[in-house]
Design a protein around this ligand. Structure first.
Ligand code: BGC
Length: 372
């Protein structure tokens, strides 16, 4: 497939609802062109997605008074993403999102050694993950955008040619749906997610500690000092990890809890309720002042709730705004970290002849102002 030529495509109205446009977003150093798609629905919701890393560059959503803000962290131009890969702002993460312990795993009797890019562990696919790839793209007749990438056999030392397709659809019911499909020609492992950092007040408008979070989970996977799960599925009851009822992110984040200290805040995988592959609610987040609400639905078994603990004010994002400590939160729908080395966790193995499929939906709404 050839990359889409923007001269062929200006504005296409694919349904009464969603409007799709495509534009130039610069070139990577090797000269490959990068594009950016804009999806807009009838309710003022707008998502911009670039072919560099499949990254969600901006997401504009109205508040309860109809005032729109960009609610994801990121950069105005491609240069920002090229210069700052490590926060993974908005990107598709792969081949293995999250961590693999001791930078290796054994599969069918063969040990695969990976790059240790996070202490002694592998994080988010290694040195050159899917977030740094230029994806092939095409607009879909139904108003969506399709991105595809061939991760070659041996890339970052993962086995098998992995063909990945990710589609984005924005509906008039205010849902941004992401579908991931993958096939391989050798047995391999994979874990795919989107790494958007949300701030429902608006990106760069301070921290997210006042956001109210609900997680549909009774257990989480505690970690060791390298943030690798110990293998235990721990009950959240009576701990700062209990988000079964809406709770401000900041309410317990500084509690005297060993797991919070290891993560420098929340940086853990929650075990979502409900088994199998059905799409169900993973999380709901509400920002009380603006009334913006984000709901996350997924077919994945887990979600990494990460509260931007490694942001430190050194990054200037869109509009030169400073991204302070905890300027955004991520809800990375996923299989559990280090699953290739944890046989009791849901399997991340993909075999030739199988098709991997996973769906995550970001749904946007507003709440009514609560009476004082
Ligand atoms: C990880 C964090 C990491 C962040 C950015 C998250 O998925 O859990 O530990 O700092 O990604 O790389």
């Amino acid at each position: 497939m050839k990359a889409l030529s923007i001269t062929l495509l200006g504005v296409i109205t694919l349904s009464a609802a969603t409007k799709l446009t495509v534009a130039d977003f610069g070139k990577i150093p090797s000269g490959d062109p990068v594009h950016i798609y804009t999806l807009r629905n009838q309710h003022g919701l707008e998502a911009r997605i670039t072919t560099y890393g499949g990254t969600i560059v901006s997401l504009k959503a109205p508040d309860r008074n109809g005032v729109t803000a960009d609610i994801v962290l990121g950069f105005d131009s491609l240069a920002g993403y090229l210069d700052n890969p490590s926060p993974y702002f908005g990107a598709i993460v792969g081949r293995y999102a999250n961590r693999i312990g001791h930078a290796q795993f054994k599969l069918s009797g063969v040990v695969h050694k990976l790059a240790a890019n996070n202490g002694e562990n592998t994080l988010h696919g290694g040195l050159h993950g899917f977030n740094q790839a230029v994806w092939t793209s095409r607009p879909l007749p139904d108003g969506g955008v399709e991105l595809s990438y061939l991760s070659k056999d041996g890339e970052e030392n993962f086995p098998g040619n992995l063909r990945v397709t990710v589609t984005y659809h924005l509906s008039d019911s205010n849902q941004l749906q992401i579908d991931y499909v993958a096939t391989t020609d050798k047995v391999t492992v994979l874990n795919l997610t989107n790494h958007s950092y949300f701030n429902l007040k608006g990106a760069g408008e301070g921290d997210i500690l006042g956001h109210l979070v609900t997680l549909n989970a009774e257990r989480y996977t505690p970690v060791d000092a390298g943030l690798i799960p110990t293998g235990e599925l721990r009950d959240v009851n009576g701990t700062p990890f209990d988000f079964r009822k809406a709770t401000p992110i900041g309410a317990r984040i500084e509690a005297n809890d060993q797991q919070l200290k290891l993560g420098k805040g929340y940086d853990h995988n929650w075990v979502l309720k409900g088994s199998g592959k059905t799409l169900r609610l993973a999380a709901r987040v509400e920002e009380p002042a603006s009334g913006r609400v984000l709901e996350v639905l997924t077919t994945e078994p887990g979600v990494q709730f990460y509260t931007g603990n490694f942001l430190d004010g050194s990054i200037h994002g869109k509009g030169r705004k400073v991204y302070v400590l905890r300027a955004g939160f991520c809800l990375e729908t996923q299989h559990f970290p280090d699953s290739p080395n944890k046989p009791a966790f849901p399997s991340t193995v993909l075999r030739p002849g199988q098709q991997f499929h996973s769906t995550t939906v970001f749904r946007f709404a507003t709440s009514v102002r609560s009476k004082k």
